[in-house]
Every structure is written in C-alpha cells, then in structure tokens.
Design a protein around this ligand. Structure first.
Ligand code: SF4
Ligand code: SF4
Length: 91
C-alpha cells in the first residue's frame, strides 16, 4: 500500500460532459416489458419512485404511461406495485 498512487491507475469510465443520461437510451437492454393497466392503477406512485431509469411517466401527479426509450425491463415496478397493476411481458 505504501507505493500506491492514484495517478498510476489506468483511467476507468470517463464521462466527458454532464447531463448526457437523456442521450443514453437504456430501452435497448430490454428483454421483457412492463404492461401497465391504467384502469386498475390506484395512482400511489410507488412504481415511479422505484424505477431506476425514471421511465414511469407522470403528469399532474398521475402515472400516464411508461417511456420505452428508457425502460430497461428490470421489472422493479412490477415487483413493487402493491396492487399488481404492472405485469412483465415478452417484448
Ligand atoms: S421495468 Fe424497470 S426500467 Fe422499466 S419502468 Fe419498470 S422499473 Fe422502470
Ligand atoms: S405502483 Fe401500481 S398502483 Fe401504484 S401508481 Fe404504479 S402502477 Fe399504479
């Protein structure tokens, strides 16, 4: 450890500028897609706070849909929804 120096390490991931997440469309990773049932939705917004990609679309305090450009199909929203409103399906 006494010879360790940060400047001798190879550079890892480099983010050359900030605010680029919008350009990085994670929807391409998806093997399954969430299917949201608007009629059954209780608008508790738990899916919205749980989604790691911010892909749950909310307007005026209500879920309006899912942005498939950014939904990576992780299924967290379906797992966390207490009312079984979101199902993961092929696609
Ligand atoms: S499947 Fe994952 S990425 Fe897609 S909306 Fe649900 S929580 Fe977000
Ligand atoms: S967690 Fe379920 S009930 Fe709550 S807003 Fe999302 S889809 Fe609707």
């Amino acid at each position: 450890m006494k010879d360790w120096q940060a400047n001798k390490l190879m550079p890892g991931a480099i983010i050359p500028k900030s605010g680029t997440a919008r350009e990085y469309k994670t929807g391409g990773w998806r093997s399954k897609a969430p299917k949201w049932n608007e009629e059954k939705c209780k608008q508790c917004l738990i899916c919205w706070i749980s989604c790691p990609e911010g892909a749950i679309l909310v307007k005026d305090g209500k879920v309006r849909g899912i942005d498939m450009d950014y939904c990576k199909g992780c299924g967290i929203c379906a797992t966390e929804c207490p009312f079984d409103v979101i199902k993961m399906v092929e696609g």
